[in-house]
Design a protein around this ligand. Structure first.
Ligand code: MN
Length: 146
């Protein structure tokens, strides 16, 4: 029983190590947020691609098949909920973890984001000191699955 537990701990540790080489697609319309998130993620070894709006984000997700999608909720023309629903309808994209970046001021966002198919959420404004840790904790919690 003890060794089984150890094995499990080891496996979840590997998930975190694995995350270091993963690709992230960032769907975010705000340039400063894109810049900050890209900087933080690249500093931790992630490969980052960015899209400025929902339709382009969906296109990029199909083309790149990223390991993680970071999704802003407040986007022009097509909001993050609609983007998440659309991504989840695509068979190939169904299992990619989608982490919504939701406004702290809008608590209803979180439930709606999860209902729309997001794996989890991180609150805005993001904390640059802990953002990547928060993301990796989510990935570990979900074992890389949505
Ligand atoms: Mn936005």
């Amino acid at each position: 029983m003890g060794s089984r537990k150890r094995l499990h701990r080891r496996a979840s540790h590997d998930v975190a190590l694995d995350a270091m080489s993963r690709s992230v697609l960032l769907i975010e319309d705000n340039e400063q947020n894109r810049y900050l998130l890209t900087f933080l993620l690249e500093s931790c070894g992630y490969q980052v691609s960015a899209a400025h709006d929902g339709p382009r984000g969906i296109e990029a997700a199909r083309a790149l098949s990223p390991s993680i999608i970071l999704l802003d909720i407040q986007l022009p023309t097509m909001d993050g909920y609609a983007v998440a629903r659309s991504l989840r309808q695509n068979e190939a994209l169904r299992t990619i973890p989608i982490v919504a970046v939701t406004s702290y001021a809008m608590p209803g966002d979180r439930e709606t984001a999860l209902e729309a198919g997001c794996t989890d959420y991180i609150e805005k404004p993001i904390d640059p000191d802990t953002f990547v840790q928060q993301l990796e904790a989510i990935l570990e919690r979900h074992g890389g699955q949505p």
